[in-house]
Write a protein that binds this ligand. Structure first.
Ligand code: NAD
Length: 252
C-alpha cells in the first residue's frame, strides 16, 4: 500500500520553470502533499496548459523569466498577494547549451538563467519566507563529474550548489534550510534536446541502475529536502542519478 504523505498542507511553494520536466513533476508532488504551488515560465500559453494539466485550485501560474529582474519583482508581488508568505522555493529553471566554444552572448544567456536567475529568485523570495522554510536548488550531476562540451553549464551548476552552502550558512539563524539536488540523466525535454539519440546506449551503459531517471524521482527528493523530514539537513547536495556519479567509467 502506498501512503500519500501530506507534509505541505497549507504551505506555499514557488517553483521556477514549472511547465515541464522536473519542475512540473515537483509541482504535482507538492500539490499531492497539500501545498499551494506557484509555477513560473516564460510562455503564458504553456503555463496555462501546465496549470490545467495539474488541475488544482491550489496552483497559480505566473509568467516570469528568471533572468529578468523586473519579472522576478512582479512574481514576488503576485505570490504575496495570493498567499502572503512562502514556505518553499524550488529554483529549478535552467537551460543546457552544450558545445566546445561559446560567444560572450552564449555566456551571458546561460549564466543569466542558470546562475543569476537562481541567485535572484532566492534573494527576492527571502522576504516572503519569514523565519523558517526551505530552499532547494536544481543543480546537476555535472558538478561532480566531467561531461564533454558542458563547461559553461557545469560551472554554473557548481556555482549554484555553492549557493546552497553559503545561503545555507547565512540563513541558518532564520531557520531556513538551503540544499541542492543533482539529477543524473532524467527523461525530460532538456535531455531529449541536449543528448544525441545515438549516444543513448552508451549513456545507459554508464548508469549502474541501467535506465534514465524519471522526473518523479527528482520530485520525490525535492519534496524530502523541502519537508520537515530533512529538518537537520542544510548546505548539502543530494544526487539522484542511478549511481552514475559514484561509479567508475566503464571505459577504464
Ligand atoms: P525542461 O526543459 O523540461 O525544464 C526546464 C524548465 O525551465 C522549462 O520549464 C523552461 O521553460 C524553464 N526555463 C528555462 N529558461 C527559463 C527562464 N529564463 N525563465 C523561466 N523559466 C525558464 O528540463 P528539466 O530537465 O526538467 O530541467 C529542469 C532543471 O533540471 C534544469 O535546471 C536542469 O539544468 C536540471 N537538470 C536536468 C537534468 C536532465 O537530465 N533532465 C539533469 C541535471 C539537471
Amino acid at each position: 500500500m502506498i501512503v500519500v504523505m501530506k507534509r505541505f498542507t497549507n504551505r506555499t511553494a514557488l517553483i521556477t520553470g514549472g511547465t515541464s520536466g522536473i519542475g512540473f513533476a515537483t509541482a504535482r508532488r507538492l500539490l499531492d502533499e497539500g501545498a499551494y504551488v506557484v509555477i513560473t515560465g516564460r510562455d503564458q500559453a504553456r503555463l496555462d496548459a501546465a496549470a490545467e494539466r495539474l488541475g488544482s485550485e491550489r496552483v497559480l501560474p505566473v509568467r516570469a523569466d528568471v533572468s529578468v529582474d523586473a519579472d522576478l519583482d512582479l512574481l514576488v508581488r503576485r505570490v504575496e498577494t495570493w498567499r502572503g508568505a512562502l514556505d518553499v522555493v524550488f529554483a529549478n529553471a535552467g537551460i543546457a547549451d552544450f558545445k566546445s566554444e561559446f560567444t560572450p552572448e552564449d555566456f551571458d544567456r546561460t549564466v543569466g538563467i542558470n546562475f543569476k536567475g537562481v541567485f535572484f529568485t532566492i534573494q527576492k523570495a527571502l522576504p516572503l519566507m519569514g523565519d523558517g522554510g526551505a530552499v532547494v536548488i536544481n543543480a546537476s550531476w555535472t558538478l561532480h563529474r566531467g561531461l564533454p562540451v558542458a563547461s559553461l553549464y557545469a560551472a554554473g551548476k557548481a556555482a549554484v550548489h555553492n549557493l546552497a552552502r553559503t545561503f545555507g550558512t547565512d540563513l541558518a539563524p532564520r531557520g531556513i534550510r538551503v540544499n541542492s539536488v543533482s539529477p543524473g540523466y532524467i527523461a525530460t525535454e532538456m535531455y531529449r534536446s541536449a543528448i544525441d539519440p545515438d549516444a543513448q546506449d552508451r549513456i545507459l551503459a554508464e548508469v549502474p541502475l541501467g535506465s534514465l531517471g524519471h522526473p518523479d524521482d527528482v520530485a520525490a527528493a525535492v519534496a524530502f529536502l523541502a519537508s520537515e523530514d530533512a529538518s537537520y539537513i542544510t548546505g548539502q547536495d543530494l544526487v539522484i542519478d542511478g549511481g552514475l556519479v559514484g561509479a567508475a567509467p566503464l571505459g577504464l
